[in-house]
Design a protein. Structure first.
Length: 226
């Protein structure tokens, strides 16, 4: 953006271009896709399931230390897509928010409240020149005692919204198109009707990550079903 109508405006987070665009925020969305992974989340009638790719860039790395799935509380999980360092910063903030809420009010933080707090943090980062937007899209999931399964996505611009199913990352548009076809008739998906990697269910609302063997079992069952 060094030439043309956007000349100079991509150097500042807080200055709009004549077209009404904030280029640094747009670049943050590109950073999410630049990570080269795709994440998907699906909300069922009694569970929420998320799946993502796990890429180990170096053979010397311990693969158990590479993850995009993070427990925020015992009952809430977060799937981060984008820059890992930014994701860990956002996860730490989410854990602090959840702990403070539990200490102040005496019960677990609702999923929608946590998503709103994370979105507020990201939105503030678009207003100050001494900050930069986080290059990460966060999918927050958990079981709400009143509303049941909850699935939210927060983007680098500070926007958050609840979903029946959503995707983030390099193949987001293709994944969303696939999910729209699958959920066209608004089916109530059971626990067995989707691939599970990180999962929360009503019967066991504790967020957990499935092992490699469990994932293989689900993939085998899906291949035999299809």
């Amino acid at each position: 953006m060094s030439r043309g109508t956007g000349a100079g405006y991509d150097r500042h987070i807080t200055i709009f271009s004549p077209e009404g665009r904030l280029y640094q925020v747009e670049y943050a969305f590109k950073a999410v896709k630049a990570a080269g992974i795709t994440s998907i989340g699906v909300r069922g009638k009694d569970s929420i399931c998320v799946v993502t790719q796990k890429k180990v860039p170096d053979k010397l790395l311990d693969q158990t230390s590479v993850t995009h799935l993070f427990p925020i509380t015992k009952f809430i999980g977060l799937l981060a897509t984008g820059m890992t360092a930014d994701a860990r910063s956002l996860v730490q903030h989410a854990r602090n928010e959840a702990a403070e809420f539990r200490f102040k009010w005496g019960y677990e933080m609702p999923v929608d409240v946590l998503a709103r707090r994370l979105a507020d943090k990201s939105q503030v980062y678009t207003q100050h020149a001494y900050m930069r937007p986080l290059g990460v899209a966060a999918i927050v999931l958990g079981i709400d005692e009143e509303s049941g399964p909850q699935l939210f996505k927060c983007d680098p611009a500070g926007h958050f919204v609840g979903y029946k199913a959503t995707a983030a990352g390099v193949k987001e548009s293709e994944a969303v198109s696939f999910l729209e076809k699958k959920l066209k008739n608004n089916p109530e998906l059971s626990y067995e009707e989707t691939v599970q990697v990180g999962v929360v269910t009503k019967e066991s609302p504790v967020f957990r990550t499935l092992s490699t063997d469990e994932i293989d079992e689900h993939l085998t069952a899906i291949s035999e079903r299809d």
